[in-house]
Design a protein around this ligand. Structure first.
Ligand SMILES: Cc1cc2nc3c(=O)[nH]c(=O)nc-3n(C[C@H](O)[C@H](O)[C@H](O)COP(=O)(O)OP(=O)(O)OC[C@H]3O[C@@H](n4cnc5c(N)ncnc54)[C@H](O)[C@@H]3O)c2cc1C
Length: 344
């Protein structure tokens, strides 16, 4: 079947991890490239459109006024070429299922990105990252429908403007519909354990859960999952979209002056003498952890996470976010940028 579903009204409340009550009035599902391109060809490229993945980085309105499309492409292929492994993964595959499969086959490169919710198709959108690894580190190319050129295109990483939680797909929302992602993994055990909590694996593998002191891909994945579960609320019990704000990157001069005023400031040196400030630390120090505003709240253990108390709307979440942004600007002179996307 080409176009599986084409309905006028679709409830999206269970399709977004903030559990915001939401529906689409123009909803389409596709499992076939030709059906997708035929549908997109007829639409003006200027018309806003929402591609819905796992809904784990979205702040949905009560009614999504644009067309909503959901992809069913779930092809998955691994091909070894010497030490390299070329992975072709359809947009609809759950990202963490891909990580689990790669780790089980002994292919290295994405184990640090374990347990990030959402779909493969959305992974390039904000260049997902965790524990010192970003998607761009293993990305070979992307297959997408370009609504401006009205054809399928293959994009290489240097065409995608990747940066920290950013890409051309986030800047030009709705232009590209990503159908497949091509990664290059490795058969060689090249572990990246320099970042934060992963250092524990290097220092004391047994304590960090590695069996027989053996550092394997599975041991890294298990450790990442353990740390993430301890740190981040599970959206199934406490609706959220993970980190709500990006960690701001500031010049050295700004970092130094803040560090003088706040000696405990948490920051990480970047290239070009810039510093990435821990947004969660700024928000926590400003007294926001656990604060409730109407139906939205700041999580009581993780200040970077905003949660739906049950009946929150897009406006409730954005009002809380805006109050936090104002406070952080007033106290530290720092502009916090919201990470998840708010569709029309
Ligand atoms: C508990 C929790 C922890 C998280 N931890 C991390 C983390 O460690 N690192 C990190 O980077 N992110 C993290 N996130 C954010 C989120 O998991 C990622 O941004 C993820 O890639 C979103 O995938 P999704 O399928 O749910 O996308 P959605 O939320 O459905 O969509 C997000 C955006 O991508 C667009 N999009 C989706 N699919 C496509 C497609 N096929 N083509 C074009 N555009 C598309 C959407 O239109 C939208 O603009 C976390 C979220 C949660 C809830």
């Amino acid at each position: 079947m080409d176009q599986v579903k084409d309905t006028s009204v679709q409830d999206l409340t269970t399709q977004n991890t903030l559990a915001l009550k939401s529906c689409a009035h123009d909803y389409h599902e596709f499992t076939d490239r030709d059906a997708l391109s035929t549908y997109l060809y007829t639409l003006s490229s200027e018309l806003p459109l929402l591609v819905l993945g796992g809904g784990s980085n979205l702040i949905l309105p009560e009614v999504v006024t644009t067309p909503v499309i959901k992809l069913g492409f779930d092809q998955l292929e691994f091909a070894e070429e010497g030490d390299a492994v070329i992975v072709r993964a359809g947009a609809a595959i759950e990202w963490d299922k891909l990580v689990a499969e790669a780790v089980a086959r002994g292919y290295a490169g994405i184990e640090n990105l374990s347990l990030i919710p959402g779909s493969v198709g959305a992974a390039p959108v904000q260049n997902i990252g965790a524990y010192g690894v970003e998607l761009v580190d293993v990305l070979l190319s992307i297959e997408a429908y370009d609504r401006k050129e009205k054809q399928y295109v293959t994009l290489t990483p240097d065409q995608c403007d990747f940066a920290y939680r950013d890409s051309i797909f986030k800047q030009k929302v709705g232009r590209y519909i990503i159908t497949e992602v091509v990664l290059e993994l490795s058969t060689q055990l090249d572990l990246k354990l320099h970042y934060g909590e992963l250092k524990a694996l290097l220092n004391d593998p047994a304590k960090a859960g590695a069996r027989n002191n053996e550092l394997s891909l599975q041991a890294v994945r298990d450790h990442v999952i353990k740390v993430r579960r301890a740190k981040l609320p599970d959206p199934d019990t406490i609706p959220n979209v993970g980190s709500f704000f990006k960690n701001p990157i500031v010049p050295e001069s700004v970092y130094k002056s803040l560090k003088e005023q706040y000696p405990k400031l948490v920051a990480y040196p970047q290239e070009n003498k810039e510093f990435k400030l821990a947004a969660g630390w700024l928000i926590d120090q400003a007294g926001w952890k656990g604060r409730v505003m109407g139906n939205a709240a700041v999580h009581d253990r993780q200040a970077l996470v905003l949660v739906n108390k049950g009946k929150a709307t897009q406006q409730d979440i954005l009002a809380l976010a805006s109050a936090i942004q104002d406070d952080i600007q007033r106290i530290y002179g720092i502009a916090l940028e919201i990470e998840p996307v708010s569709p029309l």
